[in-house]
Design a binder for this molecule. Sequence first.
Ligand SMILES: [Zn+2]
Length: 313
Amino acid sequence: MRAINPIGTLWMNGSTLKVRFMGGNASQKAIAREQAQWWTEHANLKFEFGTDPNSDIRISFDANDGAWSYLGSQAKEIPTNQATMNLGFLDGGTAGHEFGHAIGLAHEHQNPAGGIQWNEAEVIRVLAGPPNFWDEATARHNVINKYAANQLNDGTVFDPDSIMLYFFPREWTTNGIETKANEVLSALDKAFVAGAKMYPKTGPVVDNATLIKVNDAKRTSAEIGKPGEEDLFKFKASTAGTYTIETRGNTDVFMKLFGPNSQTSVIAEDDDSGLATNARIARPLIPGEYFIQIRHFNQKLGTGKYSITVKKN
Ligand SMILES: [Zn+2]
């Protein structure tokens, strides 16, 4: 598998993501909608375009601000009056590229497997000019800096056809690497987002998350059988109070809590607050339905059995 997804940026598999336009004309919006669907044909996600002020993805069309997007669920950290994506231009597959970021894909040229050796001075010089006008820090953030292997959900092979790759000429590198303009999803882009590491249509989805009974005397058992697998649980908080969600077992799991009545609003995340390397989240919650996502801390190697409980004090 190819393409790269930084750990911690995935939406829950099967999520419906609300998208709100902040400006833009009819033709700009039509292009954005059309290219967003390039991904949902393959990934187990849906985009719902509307006017909800709390939309997960918010798109501005500021012609002076280039084209950019936050990565996946990092968008939830942005105040809801601010855009999480800007489409300052829409040439070719630009909106498709930015929606790739919005579902959690990083730049393919920042894949450590690419082996690109940048001519840093040249890259910084060109990107300081139109249409980007980036300062050096931004050029390094978007182009030059590579991810470390342990920051990635995957990324072993470089995909020269990925829509997540920038077009750049040979002068930008010192080892002869250049790229062509990729205006559509590559075969590997499609396969990766539909695969087990991202949004498989056959994987556990939020609509059939395993129900946990609050204060159930019997622990709910589960197992992460394959590296990168996610388990999804849900519970109902029928009254307000402090709820404690906790895992037990010998496996180092990572927990995320979403809600109320939302598959995309992250309330808390935890790695090791429980016993040994177990996860534990205790939070005052209002009544509603909540979702819990469990994955292994080490997505490349981690598997194992564990159990989970939800208790209300
Ligand atoms: Zn980009």
